[in-house]
Ligand binder design. Sequence first.
Ligand code: HEC
Ligand code: HEC
Length: 372
Amino acid sequence: MCHTAPGGVTNAGGLAMQTPFGTLYSSNITPDPATGIGSWSYPAFERAMRDGISRDGKNLYPAFPYTAFRNINDADMQALYAYLMSQTPVSQPAKANDMQFPFNMRPLMAGWNAMFLRKGEIKPQAERSDQWNRGAYLVNGLGHCAACHSPRNVMGAEKGGTSFLAGGTVDGWDAPALNGLSKSPTPWTEDQLFNYLSSGYSDAHGVATGPMGPVVSELAKLPKADVRAMAVYLASLDSSAQAQTAPVAEAVAQPSVASVSLSNGQRVFEGSCQGCHADGLGPTLFGVSPSLATNTNVHSAQPDNLLKVILQGIAMPATPDLGYMPAFKDSLSNTQISELAAYLRNRFAPAEPAWQGLPQRVAHVRANPGSH
Ligand code: HEC
Ligand code: HEC
């Protein structure tokens, strides 16, 4: 589901287009009059985008992401229309089972069908700064960050209220909470969010991988002022982030490792990981050298993200300077990975309870690699 090379035209479903607003997937959203949207007026386009009513006026698909596109302001909606209409028309009839535009748009590659339903454009909050309001607009409209970072109700719709940005799952990955429920060992500050979102790396938290990688690749193309605005808005959600950053809970190596399994895990860490993750104690060989003590995934309630990264490595850095991490699926057994994960949890997240059922979890994640 992730990347289609810029300018790439076809993918399995039909046409994919890179736009400044993200990747749009479609049977045909080029301005070809017969098979595309070439004969759509701006009002017809806008009605489709905001209300989910197609040009023939009949089709209403209540489960479609136009609920998020409603939050796109008029200027950006017009820019999107102008952009699409300026592309080269391609004559390509829709395949029978393709959803018709706009019911097939996937902004910023999330590809989510149910989005949060909110009426109208986001109302600016007068008591907040312009920058904060811009950030709220970007996070909730074009960025649709909640598509992954909010839990869903039984209908598959994102939960609002206190559940907003309280963490979700996508493709077997945890999308961590971005509000006050964040499991991050140190609160995310505005600067750290800015660095993470614009480069994929914050020295205080680590890297963006899995489904967050392509999001950062897209955000890296936005004007820096927009990413800054998102950081301002997101930092305000986690009220503790306003306070001075607490010192990192010192991740002291346990003086005596309790059990055989922990000492086995420590041996795997020293042999396979420490060279690149020395936590400031050793040289950085190449790329970044993320500290595991500050990594949200080591502090999360589920080990899944950590296990995925160990098994699959990081072959596609969110931005090129981050470097690559090798996959360990062929060199470490399930037992070794379980012992390693137990050791990392014990050493780097000493305040969190041990993960239960690790061997089964490793086997499950290994058997379900997902699309990343
Ligand atoms: C396609 C799903 C998806 C979308 C859309 C998405 N995220 Fe993420 N996000 C994730 C996943 C998965 C992770 C965990 C990545 C990892 O472990 O490296 C993550 C991690 C993060 C983190 C780090 C959290 C932590 O404590 O480590 C931040 C901050 C973040 N995302 C912000 C955003 C913002 C802002 C947006 C909207 C512009 C967004 N995300 C959109 C899936 C997504
Ligand atoms: C050859 C160097 C290298 C080795 C060996 C290595 N890593 Fe990494 N690791 C990296 C780099 C570089 C990144 C960041 C890559 C990126 O984001 O593009 C990373 C990222 C990570 C992350 C952060 C993922 C996230 O979503 O926040 C974790 C966790 C991690 N490594 C754990 C491990 C463990 C455990 C081992 C041992 C089994 C290990 N690494 C071995 C280089 C390495």
